[in-house]
Design a protein around this ligand. Structure first.
Ligand code: IMP
Length: 183
């Protein structure tokens, strides 16, 4: 069976994503200059596609770096326990950081990341997320750039996975409940 058959609905089309990324890049282009030389920190794995498309529309000099945070495994809800699987290569002390996330759900992961970065004494920290599920928030987290707000459904595609699959879909879709309710 094709992966696409596991998709209940397309929530955000490929075109909508690409158009919104151009807008988000314009918001960033209005804030940052070459002199700021920010480091965009892609939170793996989910944000890899978002970072790749976003960075191509940025007009200011910047660097990119990667950090991998533990995911849910096969589940669909956050345990609140977060671990660093891959740490930054760059020393971000005194640097301007932009955290690039795929989705902010409960807010637990981002809270952990922001606390962890604060200890490294960056000059500034902003957050860009492609998606936000505000109805699920357990902890308020500051977000500077939001692509789309999504309803309380498990979403996949455009970098986001269920059990490591579906990341390659070029759109954001909702997964059929029978897919994740399988024993
Ligand atoms: P939070 O800690 O609950 O905010 O969850 C953040 C992380 O959980 C995200 O970076 C995603 O990797 C993952 N996540 C949350 N909701 C979804 C979803 O609907 N689909 C896929 N991954 C999700």
């Amino acid at each position: 069976m094709s992966m696409v058959n596991d998709v209940e609905t397309v929530l955000i089309s490929e075109t909508q994503i690409q158009e919104r990324i151009v807008d988000l890049a314009a918001e960033m282009n209005a804030i940052y200059t070459d002199a700021d030389l920010p480091v965009l920190i892609c939170i793996l794995k989910g944000a890899f596609m978002f970072l790749a498309d976003l960075t191509r529309h940025l007009a200011f000099r910047h660097e990119i770096d990667f950090m991998e945070i533990s995911s849910y495994g096969r589940g669909t809800t956050s345990s609140g326990a977060v671990r660093i699987l891959l740490d930054l290569a760059a020393d971000v002390q005194g640097r301007n950081i932009v955290v690039v996330e795929d989705i902010v759900d409960t807010g637990n992961t981002l809270t952990y990341i922001l606390r962890n970065f604060a200890a490294r004494k960056p000059a500034s920290v902003r957050v860009a997320t492609l998606l936000s599920k505000p109805s699920r928030r357990q902890i308020e987290v500051p977000i500077d750039f939001v692509g789309f707000e999504v309803p309380d459904e498990f979403v996949i595609g455009y970098g986001l996975d269920f059990a490591e699959q579906y990341r390659n879909l070029p759109f954001i879709g909702a997964l059929k409940s029978e897919v994740y309710q399988q024993p």
